[in-house]
Ligand binder design. Sequence first.
Ligand SMILES: Cc1ncc(COP(=O)(O)O)c(C=O)c1O
Length: 386
Amino acid sequence: MNFSKRMNRFGDEIFAALNLKKQKLIDEGRTVYNLSVGTPDFETPEHIKKAVADAAMDSKNWHYSLGDLPELLQAVCDYYKNRFNVELTPEQVTSCNGSQEGMGHIGMVLCDEGDTVLLPTPCYPVFIAGAKMAGAEPYYYPMTAENGFLPDVAKIPEDIAKKAKYMIVSLPANPVGSIGTPQLYGEIVAFAKKYDILIIHDNAYSDIIFDGVIGGSFFNTPGALDVGVEFFSLSKSFNVTGGRMSFLVGREDVVAAFKKLRSQIDFGMFLPLQYAAIAALRGPLESVKEQNKMYELRRDTLCEGLSAIGWRVPKSKGSMFVWAPLPDGYTDSMEFCLELVERCGVICTPGCSFGPLGEGYVRFALTLPPEKIKAAVKEIEKSGIV
Ligand SMILES: Cc1ncc(COP(=O)(O)O)c(C=O)c1O
């Protein structure tokens, strides 16, 4: 079979060796500390589970939904008003099967083959995959220690800026754990206006942000609604990753074009999930805040624990991840991860899987309770790998 040339744009699965090693350890009965995948271990709130279960008992909710319920769109608008103090209209909102799917498709809405797009590196891998599916040419802007792990639009060459179609910004950032500031967002909006670039803000971690900072929306920045759209995901805030309940919100023309593309391939979100999303958006937010505190405790436990055994790992400011430079003596993140899992059963993700500038680091996901994180750190210490 000759598969499409498009398929050549994607690399091979690089996790195969790591997964094999993990399975081997499990088969041998060894304790495995999985700090690799960004799937929350916290419970989905009862009222969300009940909403989906109740709605699923009604036969008419098993038909094609053919679009978003008006009450769902209104719930997103009201949430944005109450949570972020941002005014949206229902025409500025549409659902997608997770921001992952949305990011995978939005490039096709905006780009022709060969168009330039601005992507962070290291970054969440679908940012790159979405651009490649659209045939766009990524220009990677660095999210490295030299820039405080933040975008610096002043360093993007003018000839690149002039031809760029869109720029993805995602803060709090996966994997690097940095967060935005009003000043930074102001610079990004000014840059977008100057060069007529659409900003796509991925806001997956607005509710996982530390040290007393309150997460916001890109649209808190004056002028942002003229130049941007935002992916707003319920996945991490409400522990509903499997439900695929996310939204694209913001500039109406972009939302309309995105809906048009998706309507070619999708008959709408499963209605019980639409009711679950309404329940999440209109329900209490205490658990979201409590959970944020628990993520912060996990971050402190991991970063302070590792630092105490001689592996100096800076504290992330947001997201559910910690971005750790490789300990002295290591330069290859995949090799290090394989050795780490073999020697102490701790699994993390090699930095090389997050794009061109991810090498030299590993990413830990804060998906285990503090006692388990402490035990993992103890194992790392005992192994002598640091
Ligand atoms: C930056 C970022 N965006 C989006 C997602 C996925 O969100 P969703 O579940 O809405 O597809 C993740 C998940 O890890 C992420 O880290």
